[in-house]
Design a protein around this ligand. Structure first.
Ligand SMILES: Cc1cc2nc3c(=O)[nH]c(=O)nc-3n(C[C@H](O)[C@H](O)[C@H](O)COP(=O)(O)OP(=O)(O)OC[C@H]3O[C@@H](n4cnc5c(N)ncnc54)[C@H](O)[C@@H]3O)c2cc1C
Length: 328
């Protein structure tokens, strides 16, 4: 084995894919299968929210936008290009990253629901996460990767398991590293039968921890949500689900009687800055790739590309050193 990746959320799977498609022998070891990760609960629209630092995030995000936009043109990936709007009851400045998106324009008054004063309309890649994670896993395995479900107790115990270990453990990095800078930002969402909505919708106004958003995924619609800082509870709460549905239905009356199909909770792995850096582990290298906050689906391909370039360089200089030792 050349590389052992810890974690099978969006970050672990995309890192595993890039490394395996570069010709390396890669194993992903994960405490939970992809469909039980935080990644499975995501909306998931391309956007760089609740994450830093802005300069690196913009570069990783640019790569993510390119890759996800390309995947939207391929059948079976679970990704499509969707239009929608972010709105407010007062004046709304666009995020610093929205100019990267195609078709960005002010919402017209006719597009704004009653009571809203301002908004931005744009097109972005949107992933139906259960389908997208299934696609990522299959692509990783097609490239020769192995996925095993088994928890890792400590990173130190992985010394010697592979020349390179990549830590993509999400919010669990707080205990696993350990890294007290990691904090969970709990997000609860409701999956309902879609009564016919086609565009995504994000209301940026509600007081934290609340936010109101709707992401149509064909016959289903994902309704949100919460941004609850420091809350590590992964059990869906019925009273929160009720408030989520009521908040969405107040804006979109067609949701009032929508059939509720599922409830999901994810712990956004927040950190002041994404941790993408390496340190020694025994005679090998440990890469960290966690702390992607509310943007891990959007950043994962960019982070995976950066790590892969470093790992290929490290393994090739290690091979050169080993050859030198044999010929001496
Ligand atoms: C409600 C909600 C909506 C969101 N919407 C968006 C969005 O629209 N766009 C966007 O880009 N992002 C969005 N996000 C954020 C995004 O989901 C996260 O940033 C992303 O999922 C983080 O991916 P990850 O792979 O780092 O972590 P995770 O998906 O949490 O995966 C971590 C992996 O590590 C494994 N692991 C943990 N501990 C161990 C251990 N000890 N041993 C072995 N394995 C271990 C876990 O089992 C898991 O496989 C949203 C999040 C939520 C909750």
């Amino acid at each position: 084995m050349d590389v052992l990746v810890i974690g099978a959320g969006a970050c672990g799977l995309t890192t595993g894919i890039r490394l395996a498609e570069a010709g390396l022998a890669v194993t992903i070891r994960t405490a939970a299968p992809p469909e039980q990760t935080t990644s499975a609960a995501a909306g998931a629209v391309w956007g760089l929210v609740r994450v830093g630092p802005p300069d690196r995030v913009l570069e990783w995000g640019r790569t993510g936008l390119e890759v996800l936009s390309a995947l939207a043109g391929e059948p079976g990936t679970g990704v499509r290009m969707a239009s929608g709007q972010e709105v407010s009851r007062s004046r709304l400045e666009p995020h610093y990253w929205t100019p990267l998106l195609p078709h960005l324009r002010s919402s017209s008054p006719a597009e704004l629901p009653d009571g809203f004063a301002d908004g931005w309309h744009y097109t972005a890649p949107v992933a139906t996460m259960p389908v997208y994670l299934g696609y990522l896993r299959a692509r990783f395995e097609r490239a020769g990767g192995q996925l095993e479900v088994a928890p890792t107790r400590t990173l130190a115990e992985l010394a010697g398991a592979a020349p390179v270990v990549v830590n993509c453990s999400g919010a669990a990095a707080r205990d696993l590293v350990p890294d007290p800078a990691v904090e969970a930002v709990r997000g609860q969402v409701v999956i309902a039968a879609n009564p016919g909505l086609e565009e995504f919708f994000i209301d940026r106004d509600p007081e934290p921890p609340w936010i109101v958003y709707m992401f149509p995924h064909g016959g289903q619609i994902l309704l949100g949500g919460t941004n609850d800082e420091g809350n590590w509870d992964e059990t869906p709460k019925p009273e929160i689900a009720e408030r989520i549905v009521a908040g969405c239905a107040a804006i979109e009356p067609r949701l009032r009687h929508a059939e509720i199909l599922d409830h999901r909770v994810g712990l956004r792995p927040w950190r002041p800055e994404v941790r993408l850096e390496s340190e020694p582990l025994g005679s090998g290298v440990l890469w960290h790739n966690y702390g992607h906050g509310g943007a891990g689906i959007s950043l994962s391909w960019g982070c995976a590309a950066e790590i892969t370039a470093h790992v290929l360089a490290q393994l090739s200089s290690r091979a050169t050193r080993a050859r030198g030792a044999i010929t001496r």
